[in-house]
Design a protein around this ligand. Structure first.
Ligand code: ASP
Length: 345
């Protein structure tokens, strides 16, 4: 019995923790053509059968009563709003009706941080929700998914994880869904908190250790309730580069965007042509959030942005700012309120 599971038994009056496992696909249950297929296994389109991943890690049952819950399994770049709404509903049901103590979601790493942030802002329960993935397919030599899954279940079963919002666990490291981003295409230490670092570790002695906790509101403490919603307002991300014109911005507006995240150069500077197109979009009622393509650091609402009626993305990556802006737009289109939301979450 691992120490954290032991502690859990004590606090749950000798009841073993119950952890639900939702498989949404990704590399963790993908199968390559051979053990050295570490790069293009996705193109083989093969996955483990239902239960195969769980059966390959019998040690899971030493930590918790683990129940596999059916869901669609996809490469994570195929996930859509609908899947996100279904996940929120499923998590609520698993906690309320099935009395789960924690939920683990396996997910492709490509968009893992976007799903994790959405859940972090919209799940209305305090039970641990852990999103886990892998960088090497299940068939690979030194596949990382098996231990990542075990560690995710340890965290989900740990009383220390209650009330900390949605967490990601890969490479022994626990991050807040708010902070984490994928930083490398193939490395197993790809998930990083950049400026903000990890919250703790699911360490090699079997212990779940937190050294920090999220201070920004999440889950039960947010103002976002997606019950009954099936789609998010359209928000597009436009990346700046030398000589970029306003074509992408005009196209986003033409496609019906209600918001645009501008991933500007440096501390958030679009090119002059983009700037003009964004001003036009803003005048037409599209919410503009200025972010950065740099990868870390804050983008602030400068006096100039304030005057233009644009908000700053803080230190959210542009694709994560897209999630927050889409949720903000379910509540308001007032830019002062939207800036408050970016400053809050
Ligand atoms: N390469 C991805 C992964 O690591 C595939 C995906 O995101 O579905 O899971």
């Amino acid at each position: 019995m691992f120490p954290d599971a032991q502690r859990y038994l004590e606090v749950t009056e000798f009841r073993r923790p119950r952890v639900a496992l939702i498989f949404t696909g990704g590399t963790i249950d993908s199968v390559g053509t051979d053990r050295l297929d570490l790069a293009w296994y996705i193109e083989a389109g093969k996955r483990l059968d239902d239960h195969e991943l769980v059966n390959a890690v019998p040690e899971l049952q030493g930590i918790a009563d683990v129940t596999e819950v059916p869901f669609r399994r996809l490469p994570s770049q195929s996930i859509k709003d609908r899947d996100l709404f279904d996940l929120v509903e499923l998590i609520h049901r698993l906690v309320d009706e099935d009395k789960m103590d924690g939920v683990v979601i396996t997910h492709g790493t490509n968009t893992l941080e976007e799903t994790a942030l959405f859940l972090h802002l919209t799940v209305k329960r305090d039970r641990p929700v852990v999103v886990v993935g892998a960088m090497r397919p299940a068939s690979a030599i030194s596949a990382d998914g098996y231990l990542n899954l075990l560690n995710a279940v340890r965290v989900a079963a740990s009383p220390a994880a209650v009330g900390k919002g949605v967490l990601t666990v890969l490479n022994d490291t626990i991050h807040s869904a708010r902070d984490v981003t994928k930083t490398a295409t193939y490395r197993v230490d790809t998930f990083q908190g950049r400026d903000l670092g990890p919250l703790g570790y699911a360490d090699n002695d079997g212990r779940v250790l937190f050294y920090h906790q999220p201070v920004r509101p999440h889950t039960t403490a947010t103002e976002f309730d997606v019950t009954g919603l099936h789609a998010l307002p359209r928000v597009d991300v436009v990346v700046s580069y030398l000589g970029a014109d306003g074509v992408m911005i005009d196209a986003a507006v033409g496609a019906g965007a209600k918001g645009i995240i501008s991933a500007g150069t440096g501390a958030g500077r679009p090119t002059p042509a983009e700037d003009a197109a964004l001003d036009k979009a803003s005048a037409a009622g599209v919410a503009i959030i200025q972010g950065t393509r740099v990868g870390s650091g804050r983008t602030v609402q400068s006096p100039g942005l304030k005057k233009k009626g644009w908000a700053g993305a803080d230190n959210l990556q542009p694709w994560k700012a897209r999630i927050l802006l889409a949720l903000a737009l379910t509540k308001t289109s007032d830019i002062t309120e939207i800036q408050r939301i970016f400053d809050t979450y």
